[in-house]
Design a protein around this ligand. Structure first.
Ligand code: SF4
Length: 208
């Protein structure tokens, strides 16, 4: 059961997302599970614009997990060097591609892969299949901990439960909007004066 403010935020965010969605190559609607996974795997600790500069060429060279398994680790390192953490990323991709020819479709199974955490697993499945999963990174945590400052839990497990409740049936649209809202409006220095949530955001109300 959602509170009035939670329901309002959910609806407002979906509406905001329709008008403000950032376009990236991995957000195209016909992207496969593998293609979305590669993007989310690269986006961890790397700015989206850096990933966008490497992503199309990477997919052209390695269109499937099978192509990764056939490549040498050095080839992979060279392909992803501009992103940073290239040795770690190349090693993990090699391990994944040697062990399987397709990616699992359950978050728990994805999280068993090397260097794949809850965020990458949930984002991959939500952005591919519209799975109703919470997508919680540092930016999303900042948004929720401000808007719902009075009820935002302390532990990661409770935060995931809190976030899960808020994901509506339009999970993909909602989670993409949440990521964009954290990047464009509720930034480290938040743009509260032009924010749709400033009437009920606890952080803004308490600091006004
Ligand atoms: S009012 Fe300010 S702090 Fe609250 S959600 Fe909007 S931008 Fe973030």
């Amino acid at each position: 059961m959602l509170s009035k403010a939670e329901r309002r935020f959910q609806a407002d965010l979906l509406e905001w997302g329709e008008e403000n969605r950032r376009e990236y190559p991995w957000r195209e609607s016909d992207r496969t599970l593998y293609e979305v996974f590669i993007a989310e795997f690269f986006l961890t600790q790397t700015p989206a614009d850096n990933v966008a500069a490497v992503y199309p060429k990477f997919l052209e060279r390695f269109p499937t997990l099978d192509e990764i398994s056939k490549a040498s680790e050095d080839e992979l390192i060279e392909a992803i060097e501009p992103l940073g953490f290239q040795n770690m990323r190349a090693g993990a991709l090699k391990q994944i591609s040697s062990a399987r020819d397709h990616l699992p479709t359950e978050p728990e199974s994805l999280m068993e892969l090397p260097r794949v955490g809850q965020y990458v697993a949930n984002a991959t499945l939500c952005f591919t299949g519209d799975d109703r999963l919470p997508v919680l990174d540092r930016n999303v945590e900042r948004v929720y901990s401000r808007v719902f400052r009075d009820t935002w839990p302390e532990t990661e497990a409770d935060q995931l439960t809190f976030t899960q409740r808020l994901v509506p049936d339009e999970a993909r649209a909602y989670n993409l909007a949440l990521l964009d809202f954290g990047a464009l409006v509720c930034q480290t220095e938040p743009l509260c004066e032009r924010c749709f949530a400033n009437e009920y955001c606890v952080y803004f109300q308490e600091s006004a």
